[in-house]
Ligand binder design. Structure first.
Ligand SMILES: Nc1ncnc2c1ncn2[C@@H]1O[C@H](COP(=O)(O)OP(=O)(O)OP(=O)(O)O)[C@@H](O)[C@H]1O
Length: 892
């Protein structure tokens, strides 16, 4: 190093001085692990690791060894350095520094310190000094080394117990003393040996090394395949493997819950787990499903991750990835549920933070044509991007954009859909540049300072410019229902869920987001307690094992304070959101009145619009400012109406007007109505023949006679769709613009030149592969045997025949056979039952007030907990090795 530095004589000397100065400082501060072999002085110990810095003396190291190995203090000891196997021993003076000696050893000696016979054997020995000053050797050095080496191998193979004072165990439950200190020291010692994984029973601890270790290649996938936990060195693959085989053997769903603070490695661990879970099931062959699952990672990352002060690639949402398997253990598909995306980041970022990655990727990676058609500018020219920082060290945005495009393709986004998404992103950025001014001095109404942005946004969103201007400058007070996101349920399939949820947060200013995040953590901690302490102890008791109950912090009180009906904080907040006169103070007063005296809540002594919650992980102070606004984060109806009017099917889809869902229900209705019609027509026919009036109620006869259901706009629309579907023509034009669509939310999407080749975006905003509309049915659904022909189609054909013969019927629909299987219908009704369009088509929901954000969040958490409760859990706890994201494993 010094030679190289010296060689760069033309480099700026000031720079060099700074660089070498900081390098020197770093070396001074670094901690190294010395392995000292005590030989006969401590029977059973092969070597004892001692932490030392560059200036730690031999005397200090010996003092530490006396302590650790509990040696006789009345005796004298020295450190001896052995260079090369069988070579001479060099006795260190008390003031010599062993680390400095070690730094002169060849690299191979440091990398292979235990290897006997490597040719490069360098080590420190602890020797006893006789009274006359001579060294007490107690046997030949070579002999002694051979014996200790043999013993080491025996220990490694499990024939001898782990000696005290040697390497900390891989499962900390086997530590003789289970104190916090002992646990931390063991983790630290293991980390220094680049062992980032450690078990505490079945819990896996991961310490983020901020450098990639070569322990994730296929060799390791194979190594950990089908082993009981704890047999091999701890590894994240071992957890995935155990979950996989437990699922297959016990036929029960499994889940892996990953927790830890921001930047501790949760997402990385999730990626490793998913990789291993898919690799296990494919046994080395990358299948289409695996490609899609792995491709989803970069897409989620681009849209949901951002640079924060703590992590350059921080996930700003929680996610639960459920990998679903067939009975045989082959991956069937995966499903991602997302929680609480940080929306505020779009418009505002804190110091040293950025907006979502995808914006920077797009601006850096778009081609010249794309730049033109999306009207792209430079990042500095957008208000949403130029608030603080633009770059992240070491990133290659062009490459990232290419990677994103590839990943989007892998997961099934067609080029048209991708274009529509990027167009929307560009519209968001331009919208952020709109500036307002007062219209007139006396008037409070507003106008737009830079109207030149409007045609651009209107083009990108495919909405009328006048409507856009109106939506941006006026506010309508009518409220409409908001979407309630209910995930699809894939019934009766084995699964392994991986939960990567935001960690506990306590910042300088904590708001509603932190309150929700920390509540989620309380719920997960409760789940953890249930499994690790409560259920385990109950099992011991049931089996008659002597067991003293251990105390753990039961956080039910805190959970009740926040969410238990009817007076919990979330409910009081909802109440206040309904009062137009409410203020921060009235909210706080309500909290106080209801919960004064509750040990989980405090109010600051100084008049401050804040409250303090005693969480399991510590106290957090929340400022109530914006709580009410953030809890009622509803889309304004006029903005929703504007976006609904877009000619772009993707944008309509975002507003819950999912053409695919509308289509599905239209098909369903057509089917059932036709079925009823056919039955009734049959009965009527029989009645005519037999003259038996009583067999047919009049009302029914009337209905069938007139086929009034066909005149219902829903039905007309359904039949049109079916007809078009059959003809494989997807450019649908509005036939009857005056059709009343009030109870048909979403059908206007069908009237636009929707890109039917695109993948549908589900009502919950999820891109849905199964949503592809094609005349042969969705490929994904076909795979599941959904749109298959069946005998029921014959029935429909006959029903259809009757319909066509009827004079009143103006439309001549032809029902495609493949859409008529009863199983398909059942499937469709189960997957669409909860979506808003379905509800409105079935009149299941009247215009109710939309649920508050906290209510939605609680509902999705409850759902998650239900899933977790039905699974066997594994826990992965991630720890950040340092706050500076520095590569440290071997040096800490
Ligand atoms: N096992 C690992 N090996 C190597 N590097 C890792 C490992 N785990 C994490 N890292 C590094 O640490 C960085 C932060 O990790 P990650 O993004 O997974 O944290 P996180 O806990 O998900 O953070 P957040 O909650 O902010 O999303 C990663 O970008 C990666 O560089």
């Amino acid at each position: 190093m010094s030679l190289q530095d010296g060689g760069c004589s033309y480099a700026s000397s000031a720079n060099m001085a700074t660089a070498s100065g900081s390098m020197r400082r770093r070396l001074e501060d670094q901690e190294f692990s010395l392995r000292v072999y005590p030989g006969a002085l401590a029977e059973g110990t092969i070597y004892c690791p001692v932490s030392a810095r560059k200036n730690t003396t031999a005397a200090e190291a010996i003092e530490c060894l006396i302590e650790r190995l509990r040696l006789d203090r009345t005796k004298c000891y020295v450190l001896a350095e052995v260079k090369e196997f069988g070579g001479e021993e060099w006795i260190l003076n008390p003031g010599d520094c062993p680390v400095q000696r070690m730094m002169l050893w060849p690299r191979s000696a440091l990398e292979n310190r235990s290897g006997l016979g490597s040719g490069d054997d360098y080590r420190f020995l602890l020797r006893e000094k006789n009274l006359d000053g001579s060294i007490h050797y107690g046997g030949s050095l070579q002999m002694w080394l051979r014996v200790t080496e043999e013993r080491r191998r025996m220990v490694e193979r499990g024939f001898l117990p782990q000696p005290a004072g040697s390497d900390p165990p891989s499962d900390l439950c086997t530590l003789p003393e289970l104190t916090e200190r002992a646990i931390l020291e063991s983790l630290r010692a293991r980390f220094r040996q680049e062992k980032i994984y450690t078990y505490i029973g079945s819990i896996l601890i991961v310490i983020n090394p901020f450098q990639f270790l070569p322990i994730y290649n296929p060799k390791y996938v194979k190594l950990y395949d089908n082993h009981t936990l704890g047999k091999l060195e701890p590894h994240i693959y071992a957890v995935a493997d155990v979950a996989y085989h437990a699922m297959l053997q016990r036929r029960r769903n499994q889940c892996i819950v990953i927790s830890g603070e921001s930047g501790s490695g949760k997402t990385q661990s999730t990626n490793f787990l998913i990789h291993h879970l898919t690799a296990l099931s494919q046994k080395g062959f990358a299948s289409g499903v695996e490609q899609i699952i792995l491709g989803a990672g970069p897409v989620l990352e681009a849209f949901g991750n951002a640079k924060t002060a703590h992590n350059n690639n921080s996930s700003r949402f929680g996610k639960f990835i459920q990998v679903n398997y067939q009975e045989s253990g082959t991956v069937r598909g995966a499903y991602v549920e997302k929680y609480l995306l940080e929306k505020s980041r779009l418009v505002y970022q804190e110091h040293n933070e950025r907006n979502y990655h995808v914006f920077y990727y797009l601006l850096a990676g778009a081609s010249e044509d794309e730049r033109k058609s999306f009207h792209l500018l430079k990042p500095e020219e957008y208000h949403y991007l130029n608030q603080d920082c633009f770059t992240v060290e070491g990133e290659d945005l062009k490459h990232d954009f290419e990677r994103l495009q590839l990943a989007m393709e892998m997961v099934g986004f067609l080029p048209t859909t991708r274009k529509q998404i990027f167009s929307l992103l560009s519209a968001i950025l331009h919208l952020g540049n709109i500036r307002y001014k007062k219209k007139t001095y006396r008037d409070d109404s507003i106008d737009i300072c830079n109207p030149e942005v409007l045609p651009i946004v209107s083009e990108l969103l495919e909405v009328k410019e006048e409507m856009l201007l109106e939506a941006l400058t006026t506010r309508k007070t009518v409220t409409v229902g908001e979407r309630l996101i209910v995930p699809y349920k894939l019934a009766e399939i084995l699964s392994i869920g991986v939960l990567d949820i935001f960690g506990f947060e306590d910042y300088e200013n904590n708001s509603f987001e932190q309150f929700c995040i920390n509540f989620a953590n309380e719920r997960l901690q409760h789940y953890f307690n249930q499994h690790i302490f409560k259920l385990e102890q109950e099992e011991y008791r049931a089996e008659g094992i002597t067991w003293h109950n251990i105390d753990y912090i039961d956080n039910s009180g805190c959970i009740n304070l926040i969410s238990k009906k009817p007076t919990a904080l979330f409910h009081l907040l909802d109440e206040e959101c309904n009062f137009p006169q409410a203020s921060n103070q009235t909210l706080l007063d309500k909290f106080k009145r209801q919960h004064e005296g509750n040990s989980y809540i405090e109010f600051p002594a100084v008049m401050e619009p804040a409250f303090i919650i005693r969480h399991y992980a510590g106290k957090v102070k929340y400022g109530v400012k914006d709580f009410r606004e953030k809890n009622t984060d509803h889309m304004r109806p006029d903005i929703v109406a504007l976006l609904k009017s877009s000619k772009n099917a993707f944008i309509c889809g975002l507003m819950g007007i999912d053409p695919v869902a509308t289509f599905r229900w239209a098909v369903l209705r057509a089917y059932f109505r036709a079925l009823v019609a056919f039955r009734e027509a049959g009965r009527r026919h029989t009645h005519k023949k037999t003259g038996n009036d009583a067999a047919v109620p009049c009302a029914v006869v009337k209905t069938v006679d007139s086929f009034s259901f066909l005149h219902h706009p829903v039905h007309q629309r359904s039949l049109e769709i079916l007809q078009r579907c059959k003809d494989e023509k997807y450019s649908i034009t509005r036939k009857n613009p005056r059709t009343p669509l009030s109870d048909l939310q979403g059908t206007n999407a069908l009237n636009e030149k929707a890109s039917w080749d695109g993948y549908g975006v589900g009502c919950n905003g999820r891109s849905s592969r199964s949503g592809r509309l094609s005349s042969t049915g969705s490929p994904a659904l076909e795979e599941d045997g959904i749109f298959l022909n069946s005998t029921s189609s014959k029935l429909l054909e006959r029903a259809q025949g009757i319909l066509l013969r009827n004079k009143n019927c103006k439309i001549k629909p032809t029902l495609p056979k493949h859409l008529l299987d009863v199983k398909s219908l059942r499937y469709l009704s189960s997957v669409t039952l909860h979506d808003r369009i379905t509800k409105s088509l079935l009149h299941l929901h009247k215009k109710k007030k939309p649920p508050s954000i906290s209510a939605q969040f609680q509902a999705s958490l409850n759902k998650l907990m239900e899933t977790l409760d039905q699974s066997e859990p594994y826990f992965v706890k991630c720890i950040r090795s340092n706050a500076e994201k520095v590569t440290t494993a071997a040096e800490a």
